[in-house]
Write a protein that binds this ligand. Structure first.
Ligand code: CA
Length: 127
């Protein structure tokens, strides 16, 4: 019985160690509220609009700012990372084009040439 308990604990510990990179605490993504474990992409002119992600999205073309009906593609502004992971954002669909990196628990304001041009993003262990 003692051996079984030890093996069970070891197996559980091993599974946790080998598991995918996950946020510490994920909120509800795409609800328009930036929560712990998410990256938030703000509308370029209306900071009350937030497209909040907890997982990768390879194409923003079919996404809207929650509650607004406004497309995310072509309207992104700054990024706020409320995650313990790094986030990479891209100017091209499918994680192509220029890549931008936002460190954990930080913000990034795009230069004019990149404003409104983010089309994909994913969490990362580093940049
Ligand atoms: Ca959220």
């Amino acid at each position: 019985m003692r051996l079984m308990t030890a093996l069970t604990i070891l197996a559980a510990g091993g599974a946790a160690f080998l598991g995918p990179l996950a946020p510490l605490a994920a909120g509800t993504e795409r609800n328009g509220v930036l929560e712990s474990g998410e990256a938030g992409f703000r509308h370029w002119s209306d900071p009350s609009l937030v497209f909040d992600l907890a997982a990768a999205d390879a194409d923003f073309s079919d996404d809207i700012f929650p509650g607004s009906g406004i497309p995310v593609a072509g309207n992104t502004g700054g990024i706020r990372n409320a995650d313990i992971r790094w986030w990479r954002a891209y100017t091209g669909r499918g994680f192509t084009g220029a890549a931008l990196c936002v460190t954990p628990n930080s913000s990034w304001a795009p230069p004019p040439g990149l404003r409104r041009n983010i089309l994909a993003a994913h969490p990362a262990s580093t940049c």
